[in-house]
Write a protein that binds this ligand. Structure first.
Ligand code: ADP
Ligand code: ASP
Ligand code: MG
Length: 457
């Protein structure tokens, strides 16, 4: 069996969904399980609706829901014939009626809890998986909807719940496998899950990739296909550099670094369940399905190019901790890290000097509180609007003078922090957010104008 995951842009409207139906049809002999995202933009709209409700803006919240209802209605009508449409629209309406009630409830309580937010946002994947199941049936595919909340079991950290792999494997084998054995095509919404007690959760933005990998790993899939709107993993974000090239094969480790440092094409955690079972992951283009895409495997073949790709992660805050007296002292770094840990804030890049430690974190609301805690042990400064640039490639290990070439390519662009290279396959540094576009273009030009044609398209 294989897992096919279609991201938001691949299922954004009736035409796009129709396209995926044809792609799935072509793979029926491989026994696909299909994982779908919400239509593009829907998750953001639901989050906005929830936020508006939490702030007491009843009309804005209900207006968002109304326009989403219309969009789902229109899509369903275009895809499903007259015999089935009445039932489907009635069901869509029932779901939207409960969403309206939920939003009114949030207005009444005057607060959007993380638990309610997960509930609100789950409508995107729930509704789309329902509509897509019906659309596939109408096209002769024996599709069957599986409630992802019965399979993707997580802990209760709302918004970024941690999936419980063993339980998911157990559920996938019991609930999904028999459908495949019966020749049906199971369809699940990505991104959503539930605790063992049935409380709804979500597994982080972009999490449908992760859902696909968890199911693929639970069922020992032959392959996991991540269908998106570009030809695969590219040397950089094609929206930044139109001359970005397709990477033919990339290693799990390289893909994970890239995903973590901002290559939005893949959710960072996706690769892990797949790596553990050595399942190949393919990134493919639903707008250009005959393209080979990018294959992610345990060990990538040797290429002559030093780098595979460049990624940028924006919205980074640099925190400088200065303590002339304490730095050498035993336990000082631990005390600093404990503060970040207490606020459940993960650190990306660390660099230390004689008297200071600089760290980067994703910008978030907890930073003033973190700084206040750190001030109990040291002097603290922090500055937002930074970005991490990360160049990735297995060959970095073997290439001398590589950092010098990178900094030469950057020219006068001011580098604010350089990482200490814990991973041998990336070079990571921090610049101001305003310099990102220029830095990416310069680096891409310097390192990807002439590349190994066997490694890149
Ligand atoms: P989906 O809706 O399919 O999940 P995403 O928007 O999450 O799609 O990811 C696909 C987008 O990722 C592309 O449209 C592209 O702009 C962006 N992207 C960023 N970095 C890269 C990269 N290195 N390779 C390919 N796409 C990238
Ligand atoms: N719909 C969710 C999001 O936009 C999950 C996903 O698309 O992967 O984050
Ligand atoms: Mg995505």
């Amino acid at each position: 069996m294989i897992v096919m995951k279609f991201g938001g842009t691949s299922v954004m409207d009736a035409t796009a969904i129709e396209r995926t139906a044809q792609i799935v049809k072509g793979r029926l002999p491989r026994h696909p399980v299909v994982v779908v995202s919400a239509m593009s933009g829907v998750t953001d709209a639901l989050l906005k609706a929830g936020k508006a409700a939490g702030e007491g803006q009843r009309e804005q919240a209900l207006e968002q829901a109304r326009s989403l209802r219309q969009r789902h209605h229109a899509t369903a009508k275009e895809l499903v014939g007259s015999a089935q449409i009445v039932d489907l629209l009635a069901e869509v309406d029932r779901e939207f009626d409960t969403l309206d009630e939920l939003l009114k409830g949030i207005v009444a309580v005057g607060e959007l809890s993380p638990r309610s937010s997960d509930y609100v946002v789950s409508y995107g994947e729930r509704l789309n998986s329902r509509i897509i199941t019906e659309a596939y049936k109408a096209r002769g595919i024996r599709s069957v909807l599986v409630d992802a909340r019965k399979v993707i079991i997580t802990d209760s950290q709302h918004g970024k719940a941690i999936p419980q792999a063993d339980e998911i494997e157990h559920r996938a084998k019991n609930l999904v496998r028999p459908l495949l054995d019966d020749g049906q095509v199971p369809i699940l919404g990505g991104f959503i899950g539930a605790t063992e007690h049935g409380v709804q959760t979500t597994i982080g933005r972009g999490g449908s990739d992760y859902s696909a990998a968890l199911i693929g790993s639970g069922l020992d899939a032959e392959a996991i296909e991540i269908w998106t709107d570009v030809d695969g993993m590219m040397t950089t974000d094609p929206r930044i550099c139109p001359d970005a090239r397709r990477i033919r094969v990339i290693s799990f480790e390289e893909a994970a670094e890239l995903a973590y440092f901002g290559a939005k094409v893949l959710h960072p955690a996706t690769v892990l369940p797949a790596v553990q079972k050595n399942i190949p992951v393919l990134v493919l283009n639903s707008l250009n399905p005959s393209n080979e895409g990018t294959l992610i495997v345990g060990r990538a073949p040797k290429s002559k190019s030093t780098f595979k790709a460049i990624a940028a992660k924006r919205r980074i805050t640099i925190v400088d901790v200065v303590a002339a007296r304490m730095l050498g002292a035993h336990g000082f770094l631990k005390a600093i890290f404990d503060v970040f840990d207490k606020h459940q804030c993960s650190i990306d890049v660390v660099s230390t000097s004689e008297v200071s430690v600089s760290l980067t974190v994703d910008s978030n609301e907890a930073i003033p509180a973190i700084a206040a805690d750190l001030e109990k042990i040291a002097d603290v400064k922090y500055a937002g609007r930074n970005a991490i640039i990360c160049l990735v490639g297995e060959n970095i290990r073997e290439t001398p003078q590589i950092a010098a070439q990178v900094f030469a390519a950057l020219g006068e662009i001011n580098v604010r922090m350089i990482s200490q290279g814990a991973s041998e396959i990336n070079i990571t540094f921090v610049i101001g957010e305003d310099d990102v576009l220029e830095a990416m273009r310069r680096l891409h030009k310097a390192f990807f104008t002439e590349v190994d044609p066997e490694a890149f398209d």
